[in-house]
Design a protein around this ligand. Structure first.
Ligand code: ZN
Length: 300
């Protein structure tokens, strides 16, 4: 069902959970993830990278995801991820995206705020805007080894959120896109300081490789959305590599290959949802962070 991403996030945080957000390059993966979310009765976000949106079939993929989300039995948001180009943002929202990460993290502070304002003016109040403060190293679509850099300055957070008007804030606290160089060293001390300064929920990108127990407890730092991409791609690609030969021998059985592909994506989505929903208690202390009203129509 259609729901605002910020409301989904606030609702999940109220239950001590974060909403998982998965990058989708194709419809098979997206359908499998929605099936996993429906079985777990949990909301999810489907992310589309700007390079995907800019493909010749990119806007049609977003429109297809829009239909998938609207027909789902749980809230599903379609978010354009890491976008800087206003034309791509406009086209993606017209095609059906209901949320956008207007990513000015590589820009200076004022220009970053200006990008969020420009995106807001373009898409209007019905589209949920995430902003990013502090740059995340690494490529969204190809996983190479990266070292953390560009930690978000907690001292800038209150002013940035207030002046940008963003609904969600992505932060850099030792997280990277792609593979971590050595053990991930997430700066939970900095995350705590940021959480105290931010009037809106936080978003953790680059969750692939972060220990499961850290992902499970992130919501206690007001992290309401967790973006996963690399590990999902790893699961799908290794499944394709290991089963493609058998399906080729089995009469060029493309449908069989897609069934395996879908199964790998669904299993990964289910596992991630299980991590995020484990050990939670609706009455749990949420650390005193401000909670927004919960939309009663939303399941967990
Ligand atoms: Zn990201």
């Amino acid at each position: 069902m259609r729901a605002r991403l910020d409301e989904m996030v606030n609702h999940s945080l109220h239950h001590g959970r974060a909403v998982p957000a998965f990058t989708c390059y194709d419809f098979t993966t997206a359908t499998a993830l929605v099936e996993a979310a429906e079985e777990m009765k949990h909301s999810i976000a489907l992310l589309v990278a700007p390079r995907t949106a800019s493909r010749p079939d990119g806007l049609r993929l977003i429109s297809a995801l829009r239909g998938l989300a609207d027909e789902a039995s749980v809230p599903v948001s379609i978010q354009l991820d890491h976008a800087k180009d206003l034309q791509v943002i406009h086209a993606a929202v017209r095609a059906g995206a209901d949320a956008v990460l207007a990513d000015g993290s590589t820009l200076d502070f004022e220009t970053n705020i200006a990008l969020v304002h420009a995106a807001s003016d373009l898409v209007g109040p019905d589209v949920v805007l995430e902003a990013e403060l502090g740059g995340l190293p690494g490529d969204e679509d190809k996983a190479f080894i990266n070292q953390a850099s560009g930690i978000t300055d907690p001292g800038q957070v209150e002013e940035f959120v207030r002046r940008s008007g963003a609904h969600l804030l992505a932060v850099s606290v030792g997280n990277v896109h792609g593979h971590y160089k050595g053990r991930p060293e997430i700066r939970w001390d900095v995350m705590g300081l940021i959480a105290q300064q931010s009037q809106v929920p936080l978003v953790l990108h680059g969750a692939s490789g972060i220990p499961r127990q850290d992902i499970a407890r992130a919501s206690s730092f007001n992290v309401g959305k967790i973006n996963v991409n690399t590990e999902l791609r790893t699961e799908i690609l290794s499944t394709i590599v290991s089963s493609a030969g058998d399906h080729q021998m089995d009469g060029e059985n493309l449908a069989g290959l897609l069934t395996d592909w879908s199964g790998a994506a669904k299993l990964f989505g289910s596992r991630m949802l299980a991590i995020l929903t484990s050990d939670t208690d609706t009455s749990r202390e949420t650390g005193g962070f401000r909670q927004s009203p919960v939309a009663s129509i939303l399941p967990n």
